[in-house]
Design a protein around this ligand. Structure first.
Ligand code: FDA
Length: 278
């Protein structure tokens, strides 16, 4: 059982609780992005079992009337075991999902995985003609080039600031610089992409930039935020723009919850208040 407090950030331990959470989001016009928690597998059994869970989720979503996509991590689908394992497992999940019109996002992990992730995405999305999206990180120095390369590729792109501690040789270290990069990436994408832009940020300033660019270029976009973070804003924004919430679930919730706690004092304050209120 996930304790109260953690369950603000995690949609339960089972696919059923995750889909029930999505149903409640849908009632408020927010779509769900369902992620089974798991990463950095060094053996094949958890890779196989998580891939099977994602295929089952794709079938369940297709059989329901839920507005939901999936989001997978490369190292969850075997990247640490080899690029071939990752590509094969990803293709298995995407084949089942694409047959049922269920969209699959690929999360981006640290910079050592960027090439393998983008290459696998590009090959698979070209084969399918869409149905998949990939995440790019504004903190990486390479990302302007990646975003240009992705303009000619079908599929969607999720723009984030970047969650991993990266060395200065490959990543901007200064938060203001990352913000400027994020804005520059959005400016390029809104001007050059036909659509398929996901603005995944809780930052009101970045969301305002995206809305202005959308008004200027008329390029469709969606806003994505995490479960448990600025949820009132998610519901407000959903009255005017497409909004999706990234909702992780599963029994490996502790490290995810720990990350949410350590990244922001506001989250810790919330947790302490919830403890005191019990
Ligand atoms: P940032 O942390 O820069 O904060 C800017 C402002 O946003 C704050 O000043 C505040 O106003 C507001 N804000 C931020 N957090 C808040 C909170 N908890 N409560 C209230 N206000 C808050 N990363 C990655 O490397 N690979 C990936 O695949 C993904 N995927 C992903 C999907 C989705 C849907 C989201 C929302 C994010 C990711 N990320 C990610 C994480 C991303 O890279 C980044 O670390 C976090 O989103 C934090 O950056 P922000 O732009 O949200 O705001």
């Amino acid at each position: 059982m996930i304790p109260p407090i953690a369950n603000r950030f995690v949609a339960g331990e089972s696919p059923a609780t995750a889909l029930e959470h999505v149903r409640r989001l849908n009632e408020r016009d927010v779509a769900g992005i369902v992620n089974l928690l798991g990463e950095h597998y060094e053996t094949r059994p958890p890779v196989r079992s998580d891939a099977a869970e994602y295929r089952a989720l794709a079938r369940d979503i297709a059989a329901s009337d839920l507005e939901a996509t999936l989001s997978v991590k490369p190292s969850q689908l075997g990247l640490d075991l080899g690029e071939d394992v990752f590509r094969e497992t990803l293709a298995d999940v995407v084949d089942v999902a694409a047959d049922r019109d269920v969209f699959v996002w690929i999360d981006m992990e640290d910079h050592t995985t960027t090439d393998a992730t983008l290459d696998a995405f590009e090959d698979l999305v070209t084969e399918h003609g869409g149905g998949i999206g990939v995440c790019v990180q504004a903190n990486l120095r390479r990302t302007r080039d990646d975003v240009k390369r992705l303009a000619d590729v079908p599929g969607r792109v999720r723009f984030v600031k970047g969650a991993y501690d990266e060395p200065a040789a490959v990543a901007y270290q200064d938060a203001d610089r990352v913000d400027r990069e994020y804005e520059a990436l959005l400016e390029y994408a809104f001007a050059h992409y036909d659509g398929g832009i996901a603005v995944a940020s809780h930052d009101p300033a970045m969301i305002d930039v995206a809305i202005e660019l959308h008004e200027e270029h008329d390029t469709p976009f969606e806003i994505q935020m995490l479960m448990g973070v600025r949820e009132a804003a998610q519901y407000d924004l959903a009255a005017e723009y497409p909004v999706s919430q990234y909702a992780p679930f599963g029994d490996r919730w502790l490290s995810y919850f720990y990350r949410r706690m350590t990244e922001r004092t506001a989250n810790v304050r919330f947790a302490l208040r919830a403890l005191l209120d019990r």
